[in-house]
Design a binder for this molecule. Sequence first.
Ligand code: GLU
Length: 365
Amino acid sequence: MRIVIKLGTSTLTAGTPHISPPRLIDLARQVKTLTEEGHEVLLVTSGAMAAGSEKLGFPQLPKEIPAKQMLSAIGQPRLMALYEELFGHYSLTVAQVLLTRTDLGSRRHYLNARNTLAAILNQNVIPIINENDTITTEEIRVGDNDNLSALVANLVDADWLIMLTDQPGLFTSDPRTSPNPELVREIDSEKIPEALWAAAGWNGTGLGTGGMVTKLQAADLARRGGTTCIIASGSEPDVLSRLVSGEKLGTHFLPIVSALESRKRYILSARKAPGILCIDDGASKALCQGGSLLPVGLTAVSGKFERGDTVQVKDSANNEIARGIVNYAGTDLEKLIRRRSDEIETILGYHFGDEIIHHNNLVIL
Ligand code: GLU
């Protein structure tokens, strides 16, 4: 399985004002077990601001964004140094990935982020992802790491998103104020019931302020991309291995569509497919059998499009047989007509992969 794990500040500090090395070591041990079982793990971490504040001796600062960005700038490298050192005890190599909303929204950036994360996972390295707080402005920031983790889960087609927090899961009413809150075990209905949004503190304006509301937003988003989402307590012993081995801890949100279905919807939802690729019969046959589109089968290119755009694929009889996300811009593809994949680098001077469209990014119509 491919698993995204979101670690909130409260989990990393274990409820103290400091990032807790014992907590990180415990998480490293659990992540190691998951990788040994053959799972791919990506972490979405908070705690940059907490680490920055700790370094400066917890100063009283204005609530403005520049002060927060300053704390992140100081804290992010400290946070990574801790991951590097403590995960290193379990021979886990980590990689820092800082994202903004732009990297997850625009299709060209999206493809780059996706390919980079895939390359990191291919090396059995653990991506440690955070928002690029230092430079993101109000307009382009995701703002909270719950929603960031859901966007990452969609980006990498994760099977699971586990959000670790300081609560055992989602309750039917606020456990801090209500006399008899009940833990919600599973949500399988297409819509998350209104009563649960209300219990999570939803105020109807769409302006969540963190806590359970952003976790519900994230769960809602991730399950629409085909990801199973779980909210569970970060202090539950061996929570990750127990979840993965099937124990029903916390609150589970079942996916609404399969990941494949969601990917197809994403490709087919492109407003318009500006480019057209014509391919020969051999390539048409390969695509229909689940293969990728290679330059050797390309016979003509028309339309203006960039790497990451969705294009139409037409067969020799001019029928649209597929749609997919291209790895190369139209101007590049004109130079690649009928060429072998091993010539790409020589012709273009760079290489985004042997395929013009990878079969994972292709929908046969
Ligand atoms: N990116 C922030 C940090 O690392 C955390 C945001 C959040 O926890 O939602 O400090």
